[in-house]
Ligand binder design. Structure first.
Ligand SMILES: Cc1cc2nc3c(=O)[nH]c(=O)nc-3n(C[C@H](O)[C@H](O)[C@H](O)COP(=O)(O)OP(=O)(O)OC[C@H]3O[C@@H](n4cnc5c(N)ncnc54)[C@H](O)[C@@H]3O)c2cc1C
Length: 404
């Protein structure tokens, strides 16, 4: 490793910040760019924080999607705790998830049961199973009894339920810790409020230095460029000579983040599998609620999705009541949350996926999530983060490959 290396990291979400922190630990100077005024303002702050083990991908019976996410998901906690020098224990959901099978699910309840069992086998066999948010080395899922199901839902739309040993983290808390960690690192130079326009080799070869151009007019040279721009990634890849191939979609999704006046004991529930919704109860008072059809603002297959300020965003109060009405019609206990709302906000983020189609279509390639990771052209590296859950693991592996 040469002390003279200076690497540009594009994008200050969980991926860019994790890469920047790992590089700085190797003694490498990093310039971290983002068009937002501060790190962690996008999808990495406003997502539900499910630390995936693969149970959600029941429409991919090949298990490839589950296998792809498992190693990174299991190591999320130790890696994030190491990067942030703090324990995640206070922000891990207290109970395992309940998966509720919708009548219109693209996977029938019996097939879902079999799929969940197969994922549990994968989890149990993994050497890092005890490093997850809770120890899952004995992972099993079980089908809810009729009484257990009735306690969760009185709706005919919900045909089965499963107890699944997956947990989530409160992403806003983690976002604040990442902001503090990158700000405190002397080897990371933050260039916030700068839009990246292009990246090019500085000379003849992609194996030499690279330049980054931004809207400030600056064009600086770096030994390497790491593109972690998520929804903004492909257009910069194009400028770097990487032609987008295959299929992809950029979906902008809005969800509800609310706080209650007092602690409410409700489960963390996911309605599966298809265009449905979910509820996260992080600590009794902080909740995430989503209903996919109501929250989906745009589904774009353009190389560069439209800027958020050009989207037709609904009145937040209207969206909140639509999401709450729909969830409550399926899960009556949502009314308990609703009765105690202290504050709520609607926030959104992009989801890039190397797939397309409608979630209601079992054949949609969107159900398969095993095609993400790092693309490299000499000293230019581009990362499709894929999942929040796997970002610190991917970042660690990338920096190890780059620096030894
Ligand atoms: C509603 C929702 C729920 C989700 N739930 C989960 C979940 O439960 N579990 C899970 O694992 N994943 C989940 N995800 C996916 C997860 O949020 C993303 O995979 C992850 O946050 C992406 O991280 P990132 O750092 O790559 O992107 P981001 O956090 O979006 O960071 C990219 C940064 O790049 C900046 N940027 C983009 N273009 C430019 C440019 N040209 N110039 C300068 N800056 C630019 C943006 O401002 C942004 O800060 C969810 C996503 C959404 C939206």
């Amino acid at each position: 490793m040469k002390a003279t290396r200076h690497i540009a990291v594009l994008g200050a979400g969980i991926m860019g910040c994790s890469v920047a922190l790992y590089l700085a630990r190797k003694g490498i100077a990093v310039t971290l760019f983002d068009e937002a005024p501060e790190p962690f303002t996008g999808a990495s702050r406003w997502n539900e924080g499910k630390i995936h083990l693969g149970y959600i991908y029941s429409a991919d019976s090949s298990l490839h999607s589950a296998q792809h996410v498992l190693s990174g998901g299991l190591l999320f906690k130790p890696l994030a705790e190491d990067l942030l020098a703090t324990s995640l224990d206070p922000v891990i959901t207290a109970q395992d998830d309940i998966y509720l099978c919708h009548r219109d699910s693209v996977v029938a309840a019996d097939d879902m049961a079999q799929y969940l069992d197969r994922v549990s086998e994968l989890v149990r066999a993994h050497p890092d199973a005890h490093h997850y948010l809770t120890d899952v080395s004995g992972a099993t899922s079980h089908r809810l009894s009729a009484a257990e199901l009735a306690a969760n839902s009185d709706s005919k739309e919900i045909v089965a339920g499963f107890h699944v040993p997956e947990r989530s983290v409160e992403t806003t808390w983690i976002a604040n810790r990442f902001q503090a960690a990158v700000a405190a690192e002397p080897l990371i130079h933050l260039r916030m409020g700068e839009r990246v326009l292009a990246a090019h080799p500085a000379g003849e070869s992609v194996h030499g230095p690279w330049t980054v151009a931004t809207n400030t007019g600056d064009t600086e040279t770096y030994s390497h460029v790491v593109n972690a721009l998520w929804h903004g990634r492909m257009v910069i890849d194009q400028s770097a000579g990487i032609t987008p191939c295959g299929i992809w979609s950029n979906r902008y999704r809005q969800s509800i983040f609310l706080r209650t006046k007092r602690a409410i004991q409700t489960p963390c529930a996911i309605i599966a599998t298809g265009p449905f919704g979910d509820i996260k109860n992080y600590n009794g008072r902080d909740f995430y609620l989503s209903w996919y059809p109501a929250g989906l603002r745009v589904d774009s297959s353009a190389v560069e999705p439209p800027p958020v300020h050009t989207l037709d965003l609904p009145d937040p109060a209207l969206l909140t009541s639509t999401v709450l009405d729909t969830l409550q019609s399926l899960l009556p206990w949502v009314g308990d949350i609703r009765a105690e709302i202290e504050s709520s906000r609607v926030e959104g983020g992009w989801v890039f996926a190397a797939g397309r189609g409608e979630l209601s279509d079992p054949a949609a390639s969107l159900h398969k999530r095993s095609d993400y990771g790092v693309t490299r052209s000499g000293n230019y590296l581009s990362i499709d983060t894929g999942k929040y859950a796997t970002a610190p693991w991917t970042a660690r592996n990338l920096v190890q490959a780059l620096c030894g």
